[in-house]
Ligand binder design. Structure first.
Ligand code: ZN
Length: 727
């Protein structure tokens, strides 16, 4: 999946530095006292979260869980965790691995038990009552995180163990955990003086306030900046259905005429079909300038200060810039490594974009357009070339991708050929919605490995996109096996009709199942290091890697069959379906690179830098990185770059591309070693997929591949092997 979908796995909410935890922390710091409300009296053995589930794999007893059960369980869980952590911190005995580090791993089992389920349900099956619980409990959960990581007595114990770690004869995983915990404390500011801790809290508080302000302003600005017209002729090119929805949008806003609401990205989908050039320009400019109109929803002052205070925070924590602090625990490790990686992609990508632009300009000239290609023209002309070249009939394509067939003969089939897994549907295990299916997963030796739930169809109370999560995290210490789920938003067919998927949907199934494999193969002692709890620039690697099997000939031909006749997809059609994947790469990669470079430029500012003017900063940043192409603007402009100002991808947007380098490189290794074989799969499972975060990830990857990651396969799959050549 590209960055566009929110396909990241839902990682554990507390303790682990994750997108979700980071966002929740930001919300709470300074805004509430570091004490949780006492558990409600109503929490007792009748609450289904009170004890571990007795169902197979400790699967949540969804048939017994009611909305009213969550809040008392969360509050009791917070109180339990606080008390347990306090006991560890106050222990009069000298600190040991067992009485401190391992004790922390064992603590908080109630809060984990309820939060894994609560996260799953509030993302995929929300209702107003749960929404209320969520907003009440989020700051309390984040404060719990602070209570752990800014607890100086607890840190002293962790630090004492860390300092003697090399003389303790620890097994490698325990050594990794000691280092992981210590770094997490230090990263969060545990080593600062009390005065500096106060400064840090103030900066964190301001950051969280500004981050929230940014997302509120942007939401309002994006809504206000929707394209509006009263002239239907301006909308020529839109289908009847699309026009009807613009009328509906206008009605929703009590406006007359037609409204096209804006999507997050710079480019807007309708720009591919709107034939009136001035409409395209107006819609594009509405998007580009959405948050730069002055007034209360202009975000520029907010982001200038955010960049500055992040640099100040990094300085306080002993780093030259924010990116250096943020990247410390990532696979890439340093801003220099990220910049080197991005810079290496720029020449091929921009050369490809320039060459594509020439083709688009030629088409404009052929049609006697009489103008120079601009960003609002790109998709309109690219779409014409795409149609000419591929002429795909979407309905025909979908007739070869029936969901159950894709699942069993595609996704499961690849997992069987690679890893020996088999699957059996378990209708006896309760789920949170009738659409959810549950499968028991068996290992090659027929031993039960995991439970896997899938919840594929769109619902009104489900977040957009697709994702993976754990209901139970694997841990040998806790004696738990993985319970994992995949969620997506495919269109639900009418009763009795087959669920036919687009090829993008098929790819999404393989993608999310790749995350699921990472969770299900987890084979670690400690829950904090298990499964998908890995750095942001590694976590998309197993999922994007698994996408490659969707187009692998032996897998594709096994599932791409007509749902009525069972006939395989004709070779010519199959070739086109696969080939469309690399169309428009020059543009797609260049706009991603521009956004990633902007993120890095903002977050490598030193603390001494003045407040920047976002517009001139952005222009200079793009020029400096050789990405100032008139017709390929960044995927997000600084003033509406939600990922980096509010969603936890600060100095992290590159991670999507970094993971892509890994997955393409890894797939090349498979191709070079015989492709879809058990030997390849088992080796990958043993050395990577089962290992979670138990080892330095660059080392883990290097040991498996026998070399550091290589960018060449990514250039090949992106169709960029020859700069200037395009597809
Ligand atoms: Zn993903």
């Amino acid at each position: 999946m590209s960055e566009g979908s929110s396909c990241e796995p839902k990682t554990r909410l507390l303790r682990i530095g994750t997108l979700i935890a980071a966002a929740a922390c930001a919300m709470a710091l300074g805004s509430c006292a570091k004490s949780a409300s006492p558990p409600r009296a109503s929490f007792g053995p009748d609450n289904p979260f009170y004890a571990a589930s007795t169902l197979p794999f400790q699967a949540p007893p969804f048939d017994k869980i009611k909305d009213a059960d969550y809040q008392p369980a969360i509050e009791a869980g917070i109180a339990q965790e606080l008390a347990q952590v306090q006991t560890i911190a106050e222990n009069p005995a000298a600190p040991t691995l067992e009485n401190t580090i391992v004790a922390m791993e064992k603590s908080g089992q109630l809060i984990w038990r309820v939060m894994e389920v609560f996260n799953a349900v509030t993302s995929a099956n929300l209702d107003p009552e749960l929404q209320k619980v969520k907003s009440i409990e989020a700051p309390k959960l984040a404060a719990l995180d602070d209570a752990i990581y800014l607890n100086s007595k607890l840190f002293q114990r962790v630090e004492a163990i860390y300092n003697q770690r090399l003389s303790l004869a620890l097994d490698p995983e325990s050594l990794r955990l000691v280092e992981f915990d210590y770094k997490k404390f230090v990263h969060s500011g545990a080593k600062l003086s009390d005065a500096d801790k106060e400064k840090l809290k103030k900066l964190n508080e301001e950051e969280s306030t500004l981050s929230n302000a940014f997302s509120d302003k942007l939401l309002a600005a994006t809504k206000d900046a929707a394209y509006h017209t009263t002239d239907q002729a301006a909308l020529s090119g839109l289908s009847e259905g699309q026009i009807a929805s613009t009328v509906q949008e206008a009605k929703n806003r009590s406006a007359t005429g037609y409204v096209i609401p804006l999507q997050n990205t710079t480019q807007q989908p309708d720009l591919a079909v709107l034939s009136n050039r001035s409409t395209r320009q107006a819609l594009f400019e509405d998007s580009w300038n959405r948050a730069e109109h002055g007034g209360p929803n202009d975000t520029r002052d907010t982001i200038a200060r955010l960049a500055q205070l992040r640099a100040q925070k990094a300085q306080l924590l002993g780093f030259p810039n924010f990116a250096a602090w943020q990247l410390e625990d990532q696979m890439a490790k340093t801003p220099e490594a990220v910049l080197k990686f991005l810079d290496a992609l720029v020449p091929g990508s921009t050369a490809n974009a320039v060459s594509q632009a020439k083709k688009l300009q030629a088409l404009i000239d052929k049609q006697k357009g009489g103008f120079q290609l601009q960003p609002w023209d790109w998709n309109f002309y690219a779409e014409q070339i795409r149609k000419q070249k591929f002429n795909l009939n979407e309905a025909e394509v979908k007739s070869y991708f029936e969901l159950d067939n894709v699942l069993k003969n595609g996704v499961f089939y690849a997992a069987n050929r690679l890893y020996g897994l088999t699957f059996k549907e378990r209708k006896d295990i309760p789920a949170y919605n009738p659409d959810v299916r549950v499968f028991e997963v068996f290992d090659a030796d027929d031993k039960p490995l995991a439970l896997w739930y899938c919840d594929y169809f769109k619902r009104d109370n489900k977040q957009g996109g697709a994702w993976m999560g754990n209901l139970v995290v694997q841990s040998k210490l806790l004696g738990t096996l993985p319970v994992v789920y995949n969620v997506a938003n495919f269109s639900k067919p009418a009763p009795g009709q087959p669920a036919l998927l687009s090829f993008d949907d098929v790819t999404a199934m393989f993608h999310e199942f790749g995350h699921a494999l990472h969770g299900m193969f987890a084979d670690t002692k400690y829950p904090s290091l298990s499964g998908t709890d890995v750095p942001r620039d590694f976590v998309e690697f197993p999922s994007q890697f698994n996408e490659h099997w969707a187009t692998f000939p032996a897998v594709f031909s096994n599932y791409a069959k007509n749902y009525k006749s069972g006939a395989p997809m004709p070779a010519a059609l199959a070739a086109k379906v696969k080939k469309t994947q690399t169309f428009n790469q020059g543009y797609d990669l260049t706009e991603l690179l521009a956004a990633a470079e902007l993120d890095m430029q903002w977050h490598t500012l030193p603390a001494s830098a003045p407040l920047e003017n976002p517009d001139s900063f952005e222009t200079e940043a793009l020029e400096k990185t050789h990405l100032a192409l008139r017709y390929v603007p960044p995927r997000y402009r600084s003033s509406y770059f939600l990922h980096i100002w509010s969603n936890g991808y600060d100095a992290g947007y590159y991670a999507y591309l970094w993971s892509e380098m890994l997955d393409d490189d890894a797939f090349q290794w498979f191709e070079d070693h015989g492709g879809l074989t058990r030997a390849n799969g088992d080796r990958f499972r043993q050395m990577v997929l089962s290992r979670g975060n138990t080892e330095d990830l660059a080392k883990m990857y290097g040991a498996w591949l026998g070399a550091p990651p290589n960018i060449k396969p990514m250039l090949k799959y992106r169709g960029l092997t020859q700069p200037g050549g395009s597809k």
